[in-house]
Ligand binder design. Structure first.
Ligand SMILES: Nc1ncnc2c1ncn2[C@@H]1O[C@H](COP(=O)(O)OP(=O)(O)OP(=O)(O)O)[C@@H](O)[C@H]1O
Length: 289
């Protein structure tokens, strides 16, 4: 296995929030989506990975050996980072800002950058402050993709973008994966985007990893079960991760479809969940979804 990103027992404590022993890893050649509700700890995890805030414990290892702190400069040469809080100078033009950033990268590829500039219809002489939110995001993505990075890390690249922009960004990510050498890690709460392109899903809730696995394995093992209230007893209930009840029956999320099928036999209906279902039922637990 060729691990491009390994996060081990990462910890961070804020006054009202704790990130608890976050662990996951990503192999080359795959896209991992990082999902979770607002405030779950996605941005904090990404900031810790990029060494933008100080961790309280744990480790982040890039490219099987380059830690984020020990070899930060070298690791960052090989990472394309797209981040919501832009660090650009508002009064500079796209071209001027690019010039400053390009100098930082030894593998800067101007031809690739120009290709994205055209594709995104970014006017090189426009000032950063006059770019729309979507255009700024495209500019960030163009920069991240123009220095032959092996790992692309993005925090919410599609949030706040219209469906056309979003589709285009997803298409670019899929195209990048033609190169089996690359890995992509990106956070989002738009789970639909992931259903299309992600190979792996890591789900964080309240500072803890709920699951990190291949998307297909997750969608196969989880299930939605629907049935009458009379079937609900303590044994059945303990199999439910989240449940919605009304006067006629219940709907619940289960983690192990095969097991629940044995317990409930043929009295219930099973459906395949979406990633949204998994997130919603898990976050709400046994309160009504
Ligand atoms: N510098 C800080 N000091 C104190 N608390 C912080 C700090 N940064 C983040 N937090 C808290 O940590 C928690 C997780 O925030 P984070 O931004 O990582 O969530 P998120 O999953 O990225 O959410 P969203 O999807 O809304 O962007 C929140 O409760 C936030 O208030």
């Amino acid at each position: 296995m060729n691990i491009i990103l390994k996060v081990e027992n990462l910890k961070k404590k804020f006054k009202d929030f704790t990130l608890k022993d976050i662990s996951f890893s990503l192999e080359r050649g795959y896209i991992m989506g990082f999902i979770g509700p607002n405030g779950a700890g996605k941005t904090t995890t990404i900031k810790l990975m990029m060494n933008l805030i100080k961790k309280d414990g744990g480790d982040v290892v890039f490219f099987e050996g380059l830690g984020s702190v020990a070899n930060e400069r070298e690791a960052k040469q090989r990472i394309g980072f797209v981040y919501d809080e832009n660090y650009y100078y508002d009064d500079l033009t796209v071209q001027e800002m690019k010039y400053i950033i390009a100098r930082f990268y030894r593998n800067w590829d101007e031809a690739v950058f120009q290709k994205y500039l055209k594709r995104f219809e970014l006017p090189p002489r426009k000032k950063i402050k006059d770019l729309s939110r979507g255009m700024k995001m495209k500019f960030s993505i163009a920069l991240a993709l123009s220095h032959h990075a092996e790992l692309i890390i993005m925090d919410e690249p599609t949030s706040g973008l219209d469906p056309v922009f979003r589709a285009e960004i997803l298409e670019i990510l899929s195209d990048l994966m033609q190169d089996e050498h690359m890995g992509v890690f990106f956070s989002t709460h738009i789970t639909k985007d992931l259903e299309k392109i992600a190979d792996y899903i890591t789900f964080i809730n309240r500072g803890e990893i709920v699951l990190s696995d291949a998307k297909d394995a997750i969608l196969e093992s989880y299930g939605i079960v629907k049935g009458g209230r009379e079937l609900m007893d303590a044994d059945v209930r303990k199999e439910f991760i989240g449940i919605r009840e009304n006067e006629f029956g219940f709907e619940a999320l289960i983690r192990d479809v095969k097991k629940v099928k044995r317990v409930l036999e043929s009295n219930v209906v099973f459906e395949r969940p979406t990633l949204d279902d998994i997130m919603l039922y898990t976050v709400r637990g046994n309160n009504d979804v």
